[in-house]
Design a protein around this ligand. Structure first.
Ligand code: ATR
Length: 290
């Protein structure tokens, strides 16, 4: 079989979102299909919010094997699916769909991909004190999966009037009977939280290109005992991660989470182990890295 040629048997995967022009998923997945000699293709689809239901019907009608789901559809798509992985249900967001004969099941490989990247980077979460910055969608997924693994969490967020961090804390208390400390993001609280921390995670967008000179944490609060994970992947090494490295800390780059979320989705569609190193190399290249 020549894997680069589309045939009547080719299985179709893709990503739906709006905008979609800047997605890096097609290069990662198509390279992976080719490397494994799989007769699959991965295509980006721009889907408007108001046409999401038609697009989901289209997955069934066109017999698309699987999709990634990105902004703005990760939450809205949930009631349109036939089943949900329990973690995706709790987090309230889906980034991966598998189509088995018209039955659409939703997963969240952002959460499982984050966890895999952390584990591969040497950050075993069980029993550890973990500080998470931010309380948006990414933070919710990360916090939930870390609580499930038995970590002790402190969430720092800047927006105290509309307190999403409290919402996350309540969910975790209900499901795992675990107290989450919620603090306002500021120097004093950061210093106090980091004093007893094992792992620090930036789940805010602070430091993302073009604001790559910014960091959510003053450099002098970082220490060698920490594992520092930044979910921002552009630039590949953020200011926070550079400062962490200079302080002697172990770092995990956001590209590892991006690649693992793709790799775990790939494995659900193809039922084959994903070629992680190749996918990571393609993602780094697409980001303009080496
Ligand atoms: P995502 O889906 O990536 O989590 P999001 O839901 O928009 O995106 O959440 C982004 C997080 O980064 C939020 O916690 C946001 O804080 P607010 O809840 O106060 O908006 C946080 N964030 C974004 N810019 C920030 C900044 N300059 N300083 C601190 N936190 C910031």
């Amino acid at each position: 079989m020549e894997s680069s040629i589309v045939s009547g048997k080719t299985k179709i995967c893709g990503v739906i979102g709006d905008p979609i022009e800047h997605t890096m998923s097609p290069v990662m997945h198509n390279a992976a299909f080719k490397k494994l000699g799989l007769d699959y293709i991965y295509i980006p689809f721009r889907v408007r919010a108001e046409e999401l239901a038609q697009a989901v019907d289209g997955i069934r009608a066109l017999n698309i094997r699987g999709l990634n789901v990105t902004i703005p559809h990760k939450v809205a798509i949930i009631p349109m699916l036939d089943g949900l992985d329990p973690v995706a249900e709790k987090i309230g967001a889906v980034n991966t769909i598998v189509n088995n004969d018209g039955n659409l099941r939703g997963y969240n490989t952002d959460a499982s991909g984050f966890l895999r990247a952390l584990l591969e980077g040497g950050g075993e979460p069980e029993g550890k004190n973990i500080v998470i910055l931010g309380a948006g969608g990414a933070s919710r997924a990360i916090s939930y999966i870390l609580a499930e693994k038995g970590a002790h969490l402190t969430i720092l967020n800047r927006q105290l009037e509309l307190d999403w961090a409290e919402v996350i804390a309540e969910l975790i208390l209900e499901d795992f009977e675990m107290e989450v400390r919620v603090l306002e993001l500021g120097f004093e609280n950061l210093a106090a939280a980091l004093a007893g921390a094992d792992i620090l995670i930036n789940a805010t967008s602070v430091g993302m290109s073009p604001n790559s000179e910014e960091s959510p944490v003053p450099a002098d609060l970082l220490k060698p005992e920490l594992v520092v994970f930044d979910i921002v992947y552009n630039p590949i090494k953020t200011k926070l991660l550079k400062d962490a490295e200079a302080a002697g800390a172990r770092i995990v780059v956001g590209v590892d989470m991006l690649t693992w979320q793709g790799a775990l989705a790939f494995e659900k569609w193809t039922e084959q182990p994903a070629p992680f190193d190749l996918m990571r190399k393609k993602a780094v290249k697409a980001l303009g890295g080496a």
